[in-house]
Design a protein around this ligand. Structure first.
Ligand code: NOJ
Length: 755
């Protein structure tokens, strides 16, 4: 019935519109019409989002809390739900919204589809190390196809927080430390999730989060205060959010931290002035989980009513799980603390997105059990996971050319608790992945080669089962497996050790102050090293770890992150050379935790340090300032050389452009892919400028002995930044231009910008 009502309504609206932009006009008219029928209670209801609170395909909800929510659902006081999983559940709840509420407005169902739904891709930090934007778009497309096949409309991704602090567990969800790369990744992921047309049945809406500055949590402690200035906000934090808006993202999520001492959820400037004002964003902002209510412990809101008032007035449109909009907004409007126009604007935004998804035409359009059975974890999707896995691996060291391994004739010892772990590679935020469903390194290696592989775990990394809600119980005392591991290591030609973090040691609420290999793993590695020096270390982790000892003593190191469903196969393909590693780090690896935050685009300071011996310079007495492995760094089984850096003109103005080029040669004996990176330094600015900023990159594949010229065009847009004038503009003066295979590149050409 309700469906027919909406169809009729849209038909009426279509015929009423003769405007040049008929689709938008039709949409807004439809919303006007619907809103004219809504009570204030129903409007507040659209702004309310609840977590799935009962098995909707089972018996009626029990318990006061559940019953109250059920009543609210039937009264049209719920606009969205999260974490309701599966076609049957979603259909059952949608049916209540559509058939039992007065106006039958469909719910929008959201969930954290962060790196895959059933088919799990590498964690986003890993995938960003591929620098392959097409791939990232493709994996997001697959994730959207699977999630929508299972009834979902909306993912709370991509997380586009820039972060420089490996202690923060949530670095695994983002694209690392650089705003330029982060912006391109944001665009790729939004396009992947949202596809060509939101009303298609295999697209879901994206959500740029966490707005803003969450990645700058002090000391890397999750949910902590963040401290940064206005210029850092605009130059380092905001660009990926802006890119997401430009790519058409339909929702934003705000963040738990404060900005200028004001909780982001109650921050008018970033939500209303910047996002909805300057950037013209016409989708909606959802709070983070409970972040409206959490303005009370922040010491910013007196009570729930005050928190709702502050949040809605600041521009937060939907309340995730604080229950404060549904309970307080009506009175706040009645007593004049919140204007009805503010509510109308928020509701319009939410209804607009529901309309664009096509939910008013068919609220059940994503609910198709047949499709769900066919598309989830399909063979085709798994192929994308394998491709993404291989491309995300970064070769950090290969001194004795131990890698790639021979496919037969070798006696290989495979050691380490993560070598047979089928769960950790799924990482955190693994959505609907089946427990223990990743391929393990042992499986991958056995499938790939004829070698004799002896396995010993060496130790347990952790005890018990891990999940999103518990702490990983790390083994700090049981060394009983060391002897067997040493024995097989001593009898082998080469030892592959798979060490690192359990899959839930990074992610939300997983900050660490010690970012070395957890537990007894380094001790085991040192013991093995005593009996066999030919070690290939495979590091599985959800963050950059402190690998200083490892770098000094272990000849080959592969950073394999948490690569998802096809992890073991991807790692084996790289170990045996079926895939030549091409990943480059998107986050710096510190020499030790005391260096953090450490990042390549730092400022020079007034007393730059070039050596540890300098006392009154900005350095440390014990380690150099540079990270162990820097942003953009990664090796290949072949080698590349760069020569003849040149620019076609050393003068440009704000309307012209120049071309920079360099010759790249594959000087090794294998075909390989290189990420050629362009960096620019703005030598003098109205504010202190970074020593280098990434401004372009190209993925170039070359055969052995092959050379090519790689070109970049530099125009004014690449030189702009948020200046002292609080404007996005470039400033005339001198610039240095660098092209190379990582952010340490030192040779440069100079050019001058005039007005
Ligand atoms: C809290 C997290 O901060 C956010 O990223 C996530 O989307 C929500 N919970 C919903 O699960």
């Amino acid at each position: 019935m309700k469906k027919i009502f909406y169809l009729l309504l849209s038909t009426l609206v279509i015929s009423a519109c003769t405007n040049a932009n008929p689709e938008d006009k039709e949409k807004e008219k439809f919303i006007d019409n619907l809103m004219s029928k809504m009570t204030l209670e129903e409007k507040a209801g659209q702004m309310n989002q609840y977590n799935g609170f009962w098995d909707a395909t089972g018996p009626m909800p029990e318990g006061d809390y559940q019953k109250k929510r059920y009543e609210e659902l039937k009264n049209g006081q719920v606009g969205s739900m999260l974490n309701v999983i599966g076609v049957d559940q979603i259909r059952a709840l949608q049916k209540i919204a559509v058939e039992e509420t007065r106006l039958g407005i469909p719910l929008i169902f959201g969930h954290d589809v962060i790196h895959g739904y059933k088919t799990i891709f590498p964690i986003p930090l890993a995938e960003s190390c591929s620098w392959d934007l097409e791939l990232m778009q493709k994996s997001a497309r697959v994730a959207a196809t699977e999630a929508s096949a299972d009834g979902l409309h909306w993912t709370f991704a991509p997380m586009v927080d820039i972060s420089r602090d490996a202690r923060w567990g949530r670095v695994m969800e983002g694209a690392g430390e650089d705003p330029f790369l982060g912006s391109l990744v944001a665009k790729a992921r939004v396009s992947g999730f949202q596809g060509e047309n939101l009303s298609d049945t295999n697209t879901i809406i994206g959500c740029a989060k966490h707005f803003a500055g969450y990645g700058f949590s002090e000391a890397g402690r999750d949910y902590n205060t963040a401290d940064f200035n206005e210029y850092t906000l605009h130059n380092s934090i905001m660009p990926p959010f802006k890119a997401a808006v430009d790519a058409g993202v339909r929702t934003f999520m705000n963040s738990f931290n404060t900005i200028d001492e004001i909780p982001a959820t109650g921050h008018t400037n970033i939500q209303r002035d910047v996002l909805k004002g300057d950037w013209d964003f016409d989708g909606f902002i959802v709070s983070d989980w409970g972040s409206i209510e959490q303005m009370i412990p922040h010491g910013f809101a007196r009570d729930g009513e005050h928190a709702a008032e502050l949040a809605v007035n600041a521009g937060s449109d939907m309340d995730m799980e604080s229950s404060l909009y549904v309970s307080k907004l009506v009175d706040l409007v009645k007593n004049g603390k919140v204007k009805i126009e503010t509510i109308n604007d928020a509701v319009r935004r939410i209804l607009r997105v529901k309309y664009e998804l096509g939910l008013f035409d068919d609220p059940y359009k994503y609910c198709n059990n047949e499709r769900s059975k066919k598309e989830l974890a399909s063979e085709e999707n798994m192929k994308v996971a394998l491709e993404a896995g291989m491309k995300s691996i970064v070769l950090l060291k290969n001194d004795k050319s131990l890698l790639p391994l021979e496919k037969n004739g070798n006696k290989i010892a495979l050691i380490g608790p993560l070598a047979t772990d089928k769960n950790s590679p799924l990482g955190n935020w693994r959505s609907q992945a089946v427990y223990n469903s990743a391929s393990s390194v042992l499986e991958g290696m056995k499938n790939n080669s004829e070698n004799k592989i002896s396995f010993a775990k060496g130790l347990d990394l952790y005890y018990g089962q891990t999940n999103f809600h518990n702490r990983v119980k790390v083994n700090y005392d049981d060394r009983s497996g060391f002897e067997k591991a040493k024995l097989i290591a001593s009898k082998s030609d080469v030892v592959v050790m798979v060490l690192g973090e359990e899959g839930h040691q990074s992610g939300e609420g997983r900050s660490r102050t010690n970012i070395g290999l957890p537990g007894l793993q380094l001790e085991l590695l040192k013991e093995i090293h005593k009996v066999n020096k030919n070690i290939v270390l495979v590091v599985m982790s959800g963050r950059p770890l402190d690998l200083t000892w490892e770098d000094k003593h272990i000849p080959s190191i592969l950073q394999a992150w948490q690569l998802g469903s096809k992890s073991g196969d991807a790692i084996a393909n790289v170990l045996f050379g079926d895939y030549n590693p091409s990943g480059k780090l998107t986050m710096s690896f510190p020499r030790n935790v005391g260096q953090v935050p450490v990042y390549y685009n730092f400022k020079n300071t007034g007393r730059p340090s070039t050596s540890i011996e300098q006392v009154t310079n900005s350095g440390y007495a014990d380690v150099e300032n540079s990270p162990l492995y820097s942003f953009g760094y990664g090796l290949s089984y072949t080698s590349f050389s760069y020569s003849n850096l040149s620019i076609d003109n050393d003068n440009m103005n704000k309307t012209s452009s120049i071309k920079a080029s360099i010759e790249l040669s594959n000087t090794g004996s294998r075909k390989g892919k290189e990420v050629v990176q362009l960096y620019i330094r703005d030598v003098v600015g109205s504010i202190a400028r970074p020593m280098k900023e990434l401004k372009g990159f190209k993925l170039i594949e070359l055969n052995p002995g092959e050379s090519t010229t790689v070109e970049f065009e530099i125009d004014n847009s690449l030189l702009e930044f948020y200046t002292y004038n609080k404007k996005w503009e470039s400033e005339p003066g001198n610039f240095q231009l660098f092209i190379g295979g990582n952010s340490n590149v030192s040779e440069y050409k100079e050019f001058n910008l005039t007005d």
